[in-house]
Design a binder for this molecule. Structure first.
Ligand code: SF4
Ligand code: MSK
Length: 670
């Protein structure tokens, strides 16, 4: 039965609410209303439907029932989960593969417009694999690194190279459990093979391969994608940006880039600043070109160039509803097919650019890195030519400033400075209890819950508990829209201990670490924290939790698999795709039990689906405190801190001079 929600129930973002009211007035449907009109299938949604062969689909709705081939519910749940993980790994890793081919082409001087921007990172990454760097040109090093990275996808035997960057103990565990990926494509293919009719039917055995497949993403394809994006476009460092629909401009040509790969969007950034394009826009009657992003493409250009983010996943349709977007340029992943139909109500052109992605009714201008700048200019001219067709606009005047760009390199530097860059201050703050622990809150929006609500609720509650938050993907944009990614602005609701650390180091309490593939930056931070000492000798000992409160994509499940394998407790909000029979509880459901207690026994990490936000917070804090206790760290005490940093200085300022001197120097003498 359809449930009709108000705009306030559909999204907690006031800009989105404004556009949802406009959509209703115009009689235009969105993902929010489509979600209201389409109840999810309670059999497929719970992972109880198998479509793996033509004897089915088999829908198991009664305890003990099996499919036509005899497959049990546990087997079907496990098969559904690994297939989703494999699809997510494939998406991230194919992105990584394209980046590796781009690096190779740049190294050979075959591209237009690209250079190797971060030679230092190139040398550091190459050195990790013993690629010689001394007395070699960046092109020579890049060529060899690109060859190594390209070979990881089709490698048949051995180990994918980036696993050597995990903590030593973790690598040994993976080897002992035989889950080190041999090659990225190989693990994805094997996941599909094993789940074909009549193959692997032991749920635990299937799920062991889910871990190996996930690792091929986190310590494979995604890590490769992040490395190369930094090498080609620069390692992110803090920069001022803005987020939300209010970044669209009434007097400019609005071009929104949406998707995931930075190769085209970076070139569109360059082209939009080209005098030829600015003149072209002026000749069309606009002040210039306003570029903005949606989803992870937004994160890629926000954290490197400060290009504003128009919003996260559920803002893609809302941006078009403003009537002010001349072109939405898309590449791969998280692009709704509904965009074309929606755009037909306005003048917006949907431009597909990837050879892999076409949408019926969209304009296709295929991207080719060999002619990147030329194509980027062609796309922008197409958008500018469309400016004259713009009708009435309605842009919500809502936007927030933020400081994105906290790569692991920058976090390391900011904590210790150029000459003693180190994670020591972070580890010390956790060990002292000033920071209770770390939560990575990542992942998508899902129209089945109120947009941003779960993200924001969990973030705000954990901040009060002195938990430092790192974010990527659409979750990051949700905090940005809320103003939590600006130094002082985000500190009012933060626990006293965490606040002191943020004031001392000069960071916001919520750190924007990039796009979905950049979750590998979080793996690197955790590894460096372990290597710094004091927080155990493996990732599973660090008081840290990963959460995806509003997940919806298969990529999120891939991320969950590699985080669990790396030792993290991962909590997903919303619905579980493998919840099984409604009256079964985790302990009697073999699969739910295995991905929680079973995986925890093996890897120290586990995956749980928890719908209630307060329960998510409770589970997060319990886990952090459990890890603190296991390390022998002091019990977290919120009353212990809050008398240093800015709070202490403000207190001292109120004192007469002599007393202030006494408090600071131990003597009242001048
Ligand atoms: Fe049904 Fe088995 Fe075919 Fe799945 S594989 S659809 S359970 S017969
Ligand atoms: S874009 S995968 S909706 S985070 Fe990376 Fe956002 Fe999820 Fe897509």
């Amino acid at each position: 039965m359809a449930t009709k929600r108000t705009a306030q129930q559909q999204s907690s973002d006031p800009a989105a609410q404004e556009m949802l009211i406009r959509a209703e007035e115009l009689g235009i449907g969105t993902a929010f209303t489509r979600a209201d009109n389409m109840a999810p299938c309670n059999i497929g949604g719970a992972g109880m439907c198998c479509k793996q062969c033509g004897m089915g689909p088999c829908r198991l709705t009664k305890e003990g029932q099996v499919g036509v081939c005899g497959a049990t519910l546990d087997t079907i749940q496990a098969r559904n989960l690994i297939r989703a993980i494999a699809a997510g790994v494939a998406a991230h890793s194919d992105h990584g593969r394209d980046m590796a081919f781009t690096l190779k082409a740049v190294a050979n001087g075959e591209t237009e417009g690209y250079t190797i921007r971060d030679v230092a990172k190139l040398r550091i990454v190459a050195s990790k694999y013993n690629i010689p760097v001394e007395k070699r040109s960046p092109q020579e090093i890049a060529n060899e690194l690109a060859d190594l990275y390209i070979s990881q996808f089709g490698q048949q035997k051995g180990e994918v190279a980036p696993v050597i960057r995990a903590p030593k103990k973790r690598q040994q565990l993976w080897r002992q459990l035989k889950v080190v990926p041999r090659g990225i494509d190989r693990e994805v293919v094997e996941a599909l093979h094993r789940t074909h009719i009549g193959d692997d039917q032991d749920p635990e055995h299937i799920l062991q391969h889910a871990i190996r497949t996930g690792l091929a993403d986190g310590w494979g394809g995604s890590m490769i994608a992040t490395d190369i994006s930094d090498i080609l476009f620069g390692t992110p460092a803090p920069i001022l940006g803005q987020a939300n629909l209010g970044v669209l401009k009434d007097d400019m040509v609005n071009v929104v880039v949406h998707g995931h790969e930075p190769t085209l969007s970076q070139m569109i950034v360059a082209a939009s600043q080209d005098p030829e394009i600015i003149e072209y826009a002026k000749a069309a009657g606009a002040k210039g070109v306003q570029l903005s992003g949606i989803c992870c493409t937004a994160n890629e250009i926000l954290m490197r160039q400060g290009i504003p983010a128009a919003g996260n996943f559920l803002h893609q349709e809302l941006a078009i509803l403003t009537g002010s977007v001349e072109a939405m340029v898309v590449d791969v992943q998280c692009i709704m097919q509904a965009l074309v139909g929606l755009a037909a109500n306005f003048h917006t052109k949907i431009i597909t650019t990837s050879p892999k992605v076409r949408i019926t009714g969209a304009t296709h201008i295929e991207f080719d890195e060999h002619k990147a700048l030329t194509i980027a200019k062609q796309i922008l001219k197409e958008a500018i030519d469309n400016y004259k067709n713009r009708g009435k606009t309605h842009i919500p005047q809502i936007r927030e400033d933020l400081i994105p760009g906290f790569s692991h390199e920058y976090i390391n530097y900011m904590l210790g400075g150029s000459y003693r860059a180190s994670f020591r201050p972070l580890n010390d703050a956790i060990m002292a209890g000033r920071i209770r622990g770390v939560a990575a809150i990542v992942g998508c929006n899902n129209p089945r819950s109120s947009q941003d609500y779960l993200h924001n609720y969990v973030v705000k509650e954990l901040l009060k508990q002195d938990v430092l938050i790192v974010q990527t993907g659409c979750g990051a944009i949700s905090s940005a829209k809320l103003g939590l990614m600006l130094g002082e602005a985000g500190l009012t609701e933060v626990g006293a201990g965490l606040r002191e650390v943020c004031e001392t180091v000069g960071i916001p309490p919520v750190l924007h670490m990039g796009s979905c593939v950049d979750n590998t930056r979080i793996l690197t931070v955790l590894t460096q924290m372990v290597e710094e000492g004091g927080l155990g000798d493996d990732i599973d000992q660090v008081p840290a939790v990963g959460l995806a409160p509003e997940w919806m994509s298969e990529k999120a499940l891939a991320i969950a698999a590699y985080c669990v394998a790396s030792g993290a407790y991962v909590i997903f909000g919303g619905a579980s795709p493998i919840s099984g029979m409604p009256d079964r509880v985790a302990d009697s459901d073999k699969v739910l039990h295995y991905i929680s207690q079973g995986w925890e026994k093996l890897y120290g990490g586990k995956l749980e689906f928890i719908a209630e936000p307060d329960e998510m917070i409770k589970a997060t804090l319990a886990h952090i405190d459990k890890k603190r206790a296991a390390l022998g760290l002091p019990v977290y005490d919120p009353a212990k801190f809050g008398r240093s940093g800015d709070a202490r200085m403000l207190e001292l300022e109120k004192l007469p001079l002599a007393e202030r001197r006494q408090a600071i120097y131990g003597t009242a003498a001048d």
